[in-house]
Ligand binder design. Structure first.
Ligand code: HEC
Length: 258
């Protein structure tokens, strides 16, 4: 190997080592790609606001404090109290729900789970796909169902933004299971927004909101990942600089020997 090749190889190794794991690990079949970016602060800020508006009424983030969200997402205490905290919690309090868990279990048939670690157990792509997979189903107590969490007891809380989706079905193929679940004894092929109940957002805008919420939950599940991603490039640059230095030093050292 020439010197130049060996420098190139060490740079490639350094770059791969600095890549976040999420970019390497694949996350399961049939999920949509959320394209979350933890380095996109505006996306995380929008996600935090959407989460607090539409989700925090039922779901807590018990390991997360409002103050930490402010520090990590570049928001002042005033911005956090005015835009994110609707429960009257103090700046350093954890993100809890006001609802009593027993009431919640009675209303929804199930206590809404804490979402602190969901992005780690399920992955951001799962959350994104979930938020895009609700459809109207009269047979369910809430009036809603979901193709990736069949018989979910959560209603589609974002329906005004997305519009009401209905399933398009096709006959089953023998005993093969349906990839996206069943509706009225047929396989669900796809979900389409009802013309009579369109959402306030365009499909692209809705996808962006779903992505931002997924990104915020990804951040919340592992706040340290923010710093790691920011460090990744610094480490690569440092290694590149250091390799160059080592190369020049080596050249200098051997100059008189040859
Ligand atoms: C009205 C109460 C309510 C609201 C508001 C709500 N959820 Fe839920 N959510 C639930 C319930 C109940 C479940 C349990 C569903 C089940 O397992 O059947 C659930 C389940 C979930 C799950 C699945 C967790 C798992 O690992 O199984 C995710 C993810 C989730 N919700 C995300 C959200 C997000 C994001 C929002 C805001 C856009 C939101 N929820 C708003 C009640 C709610």
């Amino acid at each position: 190997m020439t010197k130049r090749q060996s420098i190139f190889v060490s740079l490639v190794v350094a770059a791969v080592a600095a890549m976040p794991m999420s970019a390497i690990a694949s996350e399961g079949e049939g999920l949509l790609e959320a394209n979350t970016h933890l380095t996109d602060q505006a996306s995380l800020q929008r996600g935090a606001q959407l989460f607090m508006n539409y989700c925090s009424g039922c779901h807590s983030l018990k390991y997360m404090r409002y103050g930490r969200i402010g520090d990590d997402l570049g928001l002042t205490e005033k911005q956090v109290t005015e835009n994110l905290d609707f429960t009257g919690a103090k700046y350093l309090d954890h993100v809890n729900v006001a609802m009593n868990p027993v009431d919640a279990a009675n209303w929804f048939g199930k206590t809404p789970p804490d979402l602190s670690l969901t992005a780690r157990s399920r992955g951001p792509n799962w959350i994104y796909t979930y938020l895009k997979s609700f459809y109207a189903d009269e047979s369910r107590p809430s009036g809603w169902n979901n193709t990736i969490l069949p018989n979910a007891s959560m209603p589609n809380v974002l329906w005004q933004l997305q519009g009401v989706q209905h399933p398009v079905t096709e006959p089953k193929h023998g005993s093969e299971p349906c990839a996206k679940g069943e509706f009225n004894g047929q396989c669900i092929k796809e979900l389409v927004v009802d013309d009579a109940h369109k959402g306030q957002l365009t499909p692209e805008q809705y996808d962006r909101d779903a992505r931002d919420i997924s990104a915020f939950l990804q951040y919340a599940a592992e706040p340290a990942a923010l710093e790691r991603e920011a460090w990744g490039w610094k480490v690569v640059l440092f290694l590149a600089f250091f390799s160059l230095l080592a190369y020049l030093l080596k050249k200098e050292y051997w100059r008189d020997v040859h």
